[in-house]
Ligand binder design. Structure first.
Ligand code: URA
Length: 235
C-alpha cells in the first residue's frame, strides 16, 4: 500500500497517535521494494509518539530485524547510554526510527531506490510525531533530511533550520553510534554533541511555542494515553 503525504493538519495528539498506529501496520505489510521480502520484521520505530525529539538512523541491523525494534543492538545500547547521560530515556523523551524500515542483507548500505521507496514513511512519521528537533545519525539520514551531499564529518554538531514534510524542524546531524563504537575520537565528539541536545531543545521550544488550541488539548490530557493494543512500541 502506498502512503501519500497528506497536508499537515491540526489533528489532536490522539488522532495522530492512531494514524501512527495505522502507519505501523502499513509498513508491516510493505513490499514496495525487494527488502520487504528479505526481512524478518519491518522496523517501524518506537518511543514517545508525541516527542519533541526524534532520532533517525540508517537501517535495521540483524538484531533489529529479529526484534522489530530500532536500535536494540550494540549501537542502540550506546544510544541509550548517551541519552541517559543527558537525563533522557528513549521511551519517554524521543521517537527513534530509521531511513529504511527493513534490513538490507548483510547490513550493506541502503540503495538510492530503497531510500526513495521508504522516504514517504519517514516523512509521514515526522508529520505525525511533529518533533521540534531531529537528530540525524550518520550520513544516510543526514544527507536525506538536509537534502545536501555534504558528509556528516563536516556538518555534525551544528543545528540547521529546515522544513521537513511541511513542518519547521531543527536538524541536528550527529555521528552514527555504530561509528562511535569503532573509533574512540568519534565517540568523544558524539558525546559532546549529545550534551548540546537539552539546550537545543529548550531553545527550539522557546522559539516555537505550542499552538494555543493544541496546548489546550494537551493540558486536558491528565492521564497518559493508553498503550495501543498490538504493540509496546509507543510511549
Ligand atoms: N543502526 C541503525 O542505523 N539503525 C538501527 O536501528 C540499528 C542500527
Amino acid at each position: 500500500m502506498k502512503v501519500t503525504l497528506e497536508a499537515v493538519s491540526s489533528s489532536t495528539k490522539d488522532e495522530r497517535r492512531e494514524e501512527l498506529l495505522a502507519l505501523y501496520h502499513t509498513v508491516g505489510a510493505c513490499r514496495e521494494c525487494p527488502l520487504g521480502s528479505l526481512r524478518t520484521n519491518a522496523v517501524f520505530g518506537m518511543g514517545n509518539a508525541d516527542a519533541d525529539l526524534m532520532f533517525v538512523g540508517e537501517a535495521p541491523g540483524a538484531e533489529e530485524d529479529r526484534q522489530g525494534r530500532p536500535f536494540v543492538g550494540r549501537a542502540g545500547k550506546l544510544l541509550d547510554e548517551l541519552l541517559a547521560e543527558i537525563g533522557m530515556e528513549r521511551r519517554r523523551d524521543a521517537w527513534i526510527c530509521n531511513v529504511l524500515k527493513c534490513r538490507p542483507p548483510g547490513n550493506r548500505d541502503p540503495q538510492p531506490e530503497e531510500i526513495e521507496q521508504c522516504k514517504p514513511y519517514l516523512m509521514r512519521q515526522v508529520q505525525l510525531v511533529r518533533p521540534l528537533v531531529i537528530c540525524t545519525l550518520g550520513n544516510f539520514a543526514t544527507k536525506l533530511l538536509t537534502g545536501s551531499s555534504t558528509g556528516i564529518t563536516r556538518v555534525r554538531g551544528r543545528p540547521q533550520e529546515r522544513e521537513i514534510a511541511g513542518l519547521p524542524v531543527t536538524l541536528y546531524p550527529l555521528f552514527h553510534p555504530a561509528a562511535a563504537l569503532r573509533t574512540p575520537s568519534v565517540l568523544e565528539q558524539l558525546r559532546q554533541d549529545f550534551a548540546g541536545i537539552p539546550d537545543l531543545l529548550a531553545r527550539t521550544r522557546a522559539a516555537r511555542p505550542a499552538e494555543p488550541v493544541l496546548a489546550t488539548v494537551a493540558a486536558g490530557e491528565a492521564d497518559p494515553a493508553p498503550e495501543p493494543p498490538q504493540l509496546g512500541l509507543f510511549g
